[in-house]
Write a protein that binds this ligand. Sequence first.
Ligand SMILES: [Mg+2]
Length: 334
Amino acid sequence: MNKTNGVSLGMRMSTAGGLEEAKSCKNLDLNNGYNNLDSNTNCDSLDSRNGDKSVDANKKLRDQNSNCDSVLPEYGSRLADFLEKKTKVALLLDFDGTLSPLVSRPEDAILPDHTKKLLQRLASKPKVFLAIISGRQVDNVRDKVRLDEITYAGSHGLDIIFSDSSKYEHPISEDTLAKSRSLLTQVKEQCERDGAMVEDKGAVFTFHYRNVPLEKQAELISQVESLIQAVGFRAGRAHAAIESKPPLHWDKGKACNLIMDKMFGKDWRDSVGPIFVGDDVTDEDAMLALQGYGLSFKVTGSTESLADHVTHADVKLATVQDVTQLLAWIDRLL
Ligand SMILES: [Mg+2]
């Protein structure tokens, strides 16, 4: 979708006062138009483009952004309505590919400084609860983010360290753990070749093939999946990676609900609004689990795939930069 379309869609959102569902796929080219619009666009010109219906819906946005230094993103009115209706907002954010740009080697991933400052500011707001929910091991993701007094979930929610320092460890039998260790060794010995690498996450591991030459990937993928499935584990597809998970019936969605139950009580759905943001297949579990209660955003990774991307999320974003922009809007609104 070109820049002109992005701009016109941004304006259309304001007129309609809301978004179509993400699955309709035609609506959410978020990152082109508004990023490239004249940064000096003023409130008067926004009003005239939006039409009368938009005035109430976007008043709060404009009040808190009196400089009007950027045009409202397409999801702006929906986000503003959601935040206003909730007494508390839980930001549940994936790390890699969501807050941190994807890199060839997971150990090289960093949280950009401006994103960290934004998270810090958000976490300090009385209305905000912040949790990072990652496929990384919990200590690893905590080291990457390095913010105190927020909640971290690692290994897709198998291990959680809450903001009050209490911990949750999903029960895993000795037998399952032993099977996982043995499988990890097997995959390392047989499949760590041609640039592929295994990331050990405890009971879970990830086989990364991003650096494997394209013509060799299919054979490796098939070999790894066969090894994982042979021991009764789940082989999940991720970005240039295969995730090995024991059959625990636990995922990011269940972890999100556990975090919400613990932090806000079982009746949190009446007053607390979870906002989930993620980029990968494993994040879909959380998007599905929060449907009807929260607002979820899927990072598709590129503007090209945006329209065709199928997701349980309410809104599709193209890039990590769009996530930063979303967080900045939340910061302005709260
Ligand atoms: Mg991710």
